[in-house]
Design a protein around this ligand. Sequence first.
Ligand SMILES: [Zn+2]
Length: 686
Amino acid sequence: MHRRLLAAAGMALAGLALSASPPPEAPAVPKAEIGAWGIDLTGMDQTVKPGDDFYNYVNGNWDKQAVIPPDRSSIGSFQQLQILSEQRMRIIVADLEAKPYRRLSREERKLRDFYDAFVDVKQIEARGLVPAYADLLRIAQLKDHADVARLMGSPKLAAGSIFGLGIGVDDKNSNAYVVQLSAAGLGMPDRDYYLLDNKEIAATREAYKTYLTTMLTLVGERNPQERAAKVFALETEIAKLHWTRADRRDRDKTYNPMSYAEVKALAPEFAWDAFFSDTGIPLKGGARQMIVGEKSAFPALAKLFASTPVDVWRDYLAIHYLHSYADCLPKAFDDADFAFYGTVIGGRSEKFERETRAVRMIDREMGEALGKLYVARYFPPVAKARAQELVANLLKAYAQDIRSLPWMSDATKEKALEKVRLFTPRLGYPDKWRDYSALEIRRNDLIGNVQRSALFEWNRNLRRIDGPVDKSEWDMTPSTVNAYYSRSFNSITFPAAILQPPFFDPNADDAVNYGGIGVVIGHEISHGFDDQGSKYDGAGNMRSWWTDEDRTKFEKNTAMLAAQYDTYEPLPGEHIRGRQTLGENIADFAGLTIALKAYHISLGGKPAPVLDGFTGDQRVFLSLAQVWRTKYREGELRNRILTDVHSPGPFRVRGMTRNVDEWYRAFDVKPGDKYYLPPEQRVRLW
Ligand SMILES: [Zn+2]
């Protein structure tokens, strides 16, 4: 996300506010940041009937006026917070730059040096390919398939590989780490980009071939076009072997425990020993346990590996390497990379400003060092306390809901309640910050910094591979505008950057907070009970705890939800994929149901106030729709339909509301309205 936006960013956020005029009196009453009580009423289009298109009813006027900045692929509530977060990280770095170097802590020096190395485009330009020379030479000198596999496994290079390698928590033993292997190796975002037969995707493929040719040309290779065609053909063969996204998120299908010796026997044509040789993983004479993801794809990928000549692998690896490091290389590489990934795939016409890219990079590589400074400045303790209260209410509502479910047996209910009791909410930032003292950062060695960061992270995982699991660890940095549920930790995590308007505002109306962050909290909790999360127990282990009968009823209901989403068509001819997005759609629907329930509990039996003519329930729904307001560029929207497990924002709003009875009552939605569903076709889960 880029630069010029910074000034605009603050405005964009403030621009959500109804009015800038000061309150006439009683200045002691704090005013919500957006509108008078939390909703941008000017963004609504009240000529639209709520039952015909609830998204446009709430966001129609906003949608008509919102302009996607040239360097973004979408704009909306999330993106505006993202821009704000980048702006804040830049302010933090500007402060580090303003202080005398000697007055900075060692960690602050690393942040500043990393940042400076990235924004020093003069030096990057002047040095050309020299910083990448040793790596490129190593690729050019690969002699045989074992060499190729060894490079694919290099944790330092992190370039291309047909097999992905990681160390993570074991799905069936949340107290142990395990080696994880998956199918990988594509340059475009998904197999569908190689295989789908439609005009836009075919054009993307042509652009990708041009990109491959350009990269080979830029490093001075001969016959670049012909060689690019071979790389493209190779990736197309890899794509044919990849599983669909829907299958890849099925935890039963992707959990295949095997010993290292068994992995080798499964896919003998791959040079596994060479692949692991630089990783440092103790293989225990073949006994090391590994979890294989897309198991059925492994033998064929290994065969493809062996039957592809080494010179094609060299070109493939060189291109993947250049893509990984494009932003650290001279402008010609960076531009070529952006022309494909930024413009063709993402629909963006401008890169982010260099400074914004720099803070995004240090957020990625040293996010907890930067995050420490971020929360000290932008996350007041009061925000944490209020958010904690909300989370507690949502969990209470969830437990109450489970007890009242007509379709679930008592035996399953007991286990579900236990899982709710064992939830760990985490807000703002981790209790324990990551220690970066072993990471070396140099002001004049950008690629080296990126590689040392990758190695630092790898070694951190490697060191503890046979040790206890660190459950205090976060997978998102505090400045991230997002939230997540961890199945293995049974925890829900909300970084500081999402705990602000329009999601959460201590000065806004309660209904608005329940419809905003409340729905997000409910969404994350319910990932513990979505089609995949429900396969894990309260201790974070994949283990069936449902009675067969309950599981069948649950799956029948979720199949209904998948079928509903299959009918939505964000782009002509491109439908949402109900199964690929099922977990997220379940979480959306459940999050809304539970947030409403929690809001009702919070009223303590008193009637909700009416504000500007809107009832309490209405305001919960307005807030939910405001949070998901999003406008996408076409390429980005297509990319999301093909690759994202979330439905596009407008369809999240339309899809979740029509299954909730309270929505029909709140907005008097009737048969004949476009999104009306007869009661028997509404999904009943929570
Ligand atoms: Zn989710």
